[in-house]
Design a protein around this ligand. Structure first.
Ligand SMILES: [Zn+2]
Ligand SMILES: [Zn+2]
Length: 272
């Protein structure tokens, strides 16, 4: 090898080393400057999870999944906490629970049987830390379809097999939730913490977050929602565009807003 060839080979080697060094530098920068967006190969816990009540809800990152567990109890007042008034199917308690409030939009006569603190189980949901849209949407079912930031469960717009929600609206409390057949759950915009705003409502079983009727990206009602109330934009929890749902700003029974009447747009796990 003559001297000229040697120089060419050396220069090539130096270039390769330089490119490799730059490449790994970029990776390091990406992982350290975006700790909460869940992007890239490293799973991180999304910033929105910090909104969940830490007494009622436990959130753990396990590999590329997030495990969410709730005791099924909300962190706010309700007439559905145990109290000293007996109603149909529900005996009186010795004393009022500290979070009990008298029914306002419903009544003891109209309330569903069972109190919040009668429930002694738990709910768990495991979703991807980086959920993606499915090629086809899928229908939600009866029972929990998501977990709210309060600790209560999110239900769809059906009350039971062939029982439309219209028949059960009278038993909903001031924050559009009631008990039965299992635990306390929301069907409509939960006024206890969200009323015509951009607040985080909870997480849907496909791993996407559900927000209030307004979007942080514009400060008003989104106009580009799909059939499930979803779209991609920034939120108060991420500077990167990501898919999320909203409560749709469409009146139900001239007074309410249904939480999640559409299909899952991602791949849903079961809340169990
Ligand atoms: Zn219900
Ligand atoms: Zn939005």
């Amino acid at each position: 090898m003559n001297r000229k060839s040697l120089i060419v080979v050396l220069l090539a080697l130096i270039s390769v080393v330089f490119i490799v060094a730059c490449g790994s530098d970029d990776d390091a920068t990406t992982t350290t400057t975006t700790p909460t967006d869940g992007g890239g190969d490293t799973a991180t816990l999304h910033a929105a999870f910090s909104e969940f009540d830490t007494t009622n809800v436990t959130i753990m990152l396990n590999g590329s999944n997030v495990e969410i567990e709730s005791n099924g109890r909300p962190n706010h007042t309700s007439p559905y906490w145990s109290n000293t008034t007996a109603r149909m199917g529900t005996p009186a308690a010795a004393e009022d629970h500290p979070l009990f409030v008298a029914p306002t939009v419903t009544s003891f006569e109209d309330m569903a049987p069972g109190n919040i603190d009668d429930f002694n189980g738990s709910y768990s949901l495991t979703v991807s830390a980086n959920p993606t849209l499915a090629s086809n949407s899928s229908a939600t079912g009866l029972g929990a379809i998501g977990i709210a930031v309060s600790g209560g469960m999110i239900y769809n717009d059906e009350e039971g097999p062939n029982v439309p929600l219209d028949n059960a609206v009278g038993s909903l409390d001031y924050t559009a939730a009631h008990t039965g057949p299992q635990s306390y759950h929301y069907h409509l915009e939960p006024k206890a913490w969200s009323d015509d705003d951009e607040k985080l409502i909870g997480i849907i079983a496909d791993g996407f977050f559900l927000y209030g009727r307004k979007c942080n990206s514009t400060g008003t009602y989104p106009t580009d929602l799909d059939a499930s109330g979803g779209h991609a934009s920034t939120t108060q929890h991420t500077d990167e565009t990501e898919y999320h749902y909203h409560i749709q700003n469409e009146l139900y029974l001239n007074a309410y807003y249904i939480l999640f009447p559409g299909n899952y747009q991602g791949t849903a796990s079961s809340v169990q």
